[in-house]
Write a protein that binds this ligand. Sequence first.
Ligand SMILES: Cc1ncc(COP(=O)(O)O)c(C=O)c1O
Length: 385
Amino acid sequence: MIPSLAHGPAESLHSGIREIANEAIRRPGTIRLDVGQPDFPTPQHVKDAGKRAIDENKTFYTHTQGLLSLREKLVDKLARVNGIKTTPEAIACGPGGVGAIAAMFAAVLEQGDEVLLPDPGWPNYRMMLPWLGTRGIFYPCPPEYGFQPDLESLARLISPRTKILVVNSPNNPTGAVYPEATVAAMIDLAQSHNLWLLSDECYDQIVFDGSWTSPAKLAPDDDRIVTAFTFSKTYAMTGWRLGYIAGSVDLIDTATKVLESNSSCVSTITQVAAEAALTGPQDCVGEMVSAYRRRRDLVVDILKDAELLISEPTGAFYIMADVSLRGLPAREFSFALLREQGVSAAPGTAFGEVASEAVRISLASSEADLREGVGRLARFVHGST
Ligand SMILES: Cc1ncc(COP(=O)(O)O)c(C=O)c1O
């Protein structure tokens, strides 16, 4: 007999996105609409900076929180893009937004605590919690509300064990961006129940219409607010692994101890390349966002014609399609679509219960793939193929 595994991680489910993606990988020729990463290459000037970093021997450990020169540039970016005033001491870099968020969770959670998570929501949040002996409580952002949070239900879910309220706008998987009044109401809830508020703004620069509001901009003096960002989406740098959190100096210092223990620092080469991303031309960001907007418009038209549109996304690069007509739960629907039509889309069930009759289409796919793949999906829902 071998020693036992930890109950939490051993019994938690794998990500439902990876489950369908792994199956799609085994089927060459599949139209991949399941992927949650930009289909663009990293901009050339960023790649060049990474190559130079190697040649110039910038290959040693850095400060655990990240190079001071990078954090100084992040201070400028946060002021310019997010309206957040901060200092280099109040920023910690981690291995992707995911690593930075996990460090924040570990810095504040104790056994038995509860974390309020959006449903539908990014599955990694719930997967991080069992390591810490904690659990997610899911607040609905239902299709009939255009995937906006149902604030009354959210308030009712708060208990003496609640420790963090997670807000994710622009949202994965729905593309919903929350209006300022909603963000303000969520801050009020966090303040009146003394909760940490983690605002995951990993899609902060991928917004199509209007603008989004950062909780940290609305309540600049509230030390309960922690904001997470990434280079993965804005600069098509998913494989470089760099994200960061900004919060109070005390919170960041504690999260830094977590990062120190499990990653020491983010790859120095990546950090140098990230500085080039921040200081170099920003047209690449605008061009990628314009492409996602065009693709969003294309898919909205196809889904509208097929009467499968739930709501128009205004940020991130995803759109949900209503597949209820086919009469299959989303997971079965996604596998049937893959087997029978050669199209892979993430089932709504991967993101919780509220979108269990929908699938997520990623706009990080070419227009040709979206036209063909979403067309096949629509015909499949209507049983015409
Ligand atoms: C909502 C959300 N937050 C955070 C992340 C983290 O991304 P990364 O770890 O690549 O920075 C992702 C990635 O898909 C995401 O969708």
